[in-house]
Design a protein around this ligand. Structure first.
Ligand code: SF4
Ligand code: F3S
Length: 117
């Protein structure tokens, strides 16, 4: 079992979650944060910290959604940009809260695509 970050984190990235994780298993993309499913110890303390409800236990998702978000969280974790300190949310966070299907519309952008510009 693991917890997974899901759609509503995209373009919000509040980062309250990273401050409480006892094993520092959050990884950062430009517009999203991910949990490494292999490092998460399933403690659950991050779930209530997310102000936009983006963190869920994997077994709360229907099969197709669980597979999709497991793959996305793994892929972002493999980019290996670990984040352990909270920082300001993205400027558009309030406007983007609750916008449906953000992954399909915006995708997930690696930080290195921004820093290499
Ligand atoms: Fe970290 Fe616990 Fe959240 Fe897993 S469930 S990401 S170990 S705070
Ligand atoms: Fe994302 Fe919520 Fe953490 S918006 S960065 S999962 S606090």
């Amino acid at each position: 079992m693991t917890y997974l970050v899901t759609d509503n984190c995209i373009k919000c990235k509040h980062t309250d979650c990273v401050a409480v994780c006892p094993v520092d298993c959050f990884y950062e993309a430009d517009n999203f944060l991910a949990i490494n499913p292999d490092e998460c110890i399933d403690c659950g303390v991050c779930e209530p910290e997310c102000p936009v409800g983006a963190i869920v236990p994997e077994n709360a998702l229907p099969d197709e959604e669980r597979e999709k978000w497991d793959e996305i969280n793994r892929r972002v974790s493999e980019w290996n940009i670990n984040i352990v300190d909270q920082k300001d949310p993205l400027p558009e966070a309030n406007d983007m809260d609750g916008v449906p299907n953000k992954y399909e519309e915006f995708g997930i952008i690696p930080i290195k695509d921004i820093t290499n510009e």
